[in-house]
Design a protein around this ligand. Structure first.
Ligand code: NAD
Length: 352
């Protein structure tokens, strides 16, 4: 089946979603509507020209209130408030909320209560969603009746969680400490500017090209939401000036001493087996730009593995913070869209 999706916000994430869907031979989703505060002409330009990904491999034009991607016409709305977007008019089932402005579960819910969509996926570590669902870790806990607004947490959480899951399942894992180095974001500032800095942390308004900027991201708490067995965690998060490509490192204590070879074999087996497509494994010496366009949540780097005789372990993974995460958003939209509950009075509704 094909899930009809709408995207609110055609920025870095929204454009990645559009490119991924356009390039896939059988994406399982169809983008039927988008919304942004930018004009349709600007949205088309933003898809055609991209400083990180290069020119669009196909055609994108603005035609009235539609964005035409290759031969596919997408209704483009221009509303500033989520409750004003008439998703139901286009048959949108799942909205991907990707503006970064409406991260609160309550606000995002208006895509359903006012816009007529069935479900919402927030493209960020949202505030108070019905569930945090990390693909490969706890996505099977999705409850189609109870979960209307879900969040896949963040790109860093996804990268850490899949490595933690392999270690936890194979060797037991506790006393976990993590670091994420996140590539530049759209909200970053070229010069110091404290006005409009994201959230309350003034350091996020500092010039991104000049510094490694610590950030109080709740990454560890969200890994624990996906993997509660992991227990207490400590975590650090840094914004770094690379344009794309981010790094996640995780250390902890295994239940018994393990060797570097055992850890790397476990990761390689998971990447070829149960976590195929979500965890990738590459023994070639890697730097951050090498992960560009990689669709996995985490590209495991075996050269980063270290162990100690008393059960200490440290692992390293790379992730394309836009591309990998956008692939997970689409995985989640498919998972949810294919399990939509039957509305009362529709006994023979499909996709049950
Ligand atoms: N970029 C990444 O690497 C990344 C990775 C994971 C998660 N995220 C999260 O995804 C969200 C979006 O990030 P992004 O990098 O795509 O941001 P972005 O700034 O590139 O894009 C945001 C888009 O939303 C539009 N917009 C702003 N206000 C709007 C409104 N009121 N109504 C409709 N559209 C509006 C903007 O015009 C822009 O096109 C953020 O919450 C971010 O934390 C980003």
């Amino acid at each position: 089946m094909t899930v009809a999706i709408g995207i609110n916000g055609l920025g870095r994430i929204g454009r990645s979603l559009t490119r991924i869907v356009a390039a896939a031979p059988n994406p399982g989703v169809s983008i039927v509507a988008v919304n942004d505060i930018a004009s349709t002409e600007k949205l088309a330009y933003g898809l055609r020209r991209d400083s990180i990904r290069g020119s669009f491999p196909g055609t994108v034009t603005a035609r009235g209130d539609h964005l035409v991607v290759n031969d596919h016409a997408i209704r483009a709305y221009r509303q500033e408030r989520p409750e004003r977007i008439p998703w139901a008019d286009q048959g949108v089932e799942v909205v991907i909320e990707a503006t970064g402005r409406f991260r609160a579960g309550g606000t995002a819910r208006s895509h359903i209560s006012h816009g007529g969509a069935r479900k919402v996926v927030i493209s960020a570590s949202a505030d108070n969603p019905d569930a945090f669902l990390v693909m490969g870790a706890n996505h099977t806990s999705y409850d189609r009746e109870a979960h209307d607004v879900v969040s896949p947490a963040s790109c860093g959480v996804n990268a850490l969680t899949v490595m933690a899951k392999v270690l936890l399942d194979r060797f037991g894992l506790g006393s976990v400490n993590t670091s994420v180095m996140l590539a530049a974001q759209g909200w970053g500032r070229v010069q110091d500017s404290l006005i409009g800095a994201s959230r309350d942390d003034p350091r996020l308004g500092r010039a991104t090209g000049e510094s490694i900027i610590p950030h109080n991201h709740v990454v560890g708490d969200l890994v624990r939401v996906a993997l509660p067995e992991i227990g207490e965690m400590r975590y650090s998060y840094y914004c770094v000036p690379t344009p794309i490509g981010s790094l996640a490192e995780l250390s902890g204590q295994t239940a018994r001493p393990v060797s570097v070879e055992e850890v790397n074999r476990a990761m390689a087996e998971a990447a070829a087996g149960p976590l195929r497509g979500i965890l990738a494994y590459d023994p070639d010496p890697t730097v951050s730009i090498d992960v560009k366009n990689n669709p996995a949540s985490c590209l495991f780097d075996p050269s980063g593995t270290q162990t100690t005789a008393d059960g200490g372990v440290k692992v390293r993974g790379w992730f394309d913070n836009e591309w990998g995460f956008s692939n997970r958003l689409l995985d989640l939209a498919r998972l949810i869209g294919e399990r939509l509950p039957v509305p009362s009075g529709h006994a023979s509704w499909s996709a049950v």
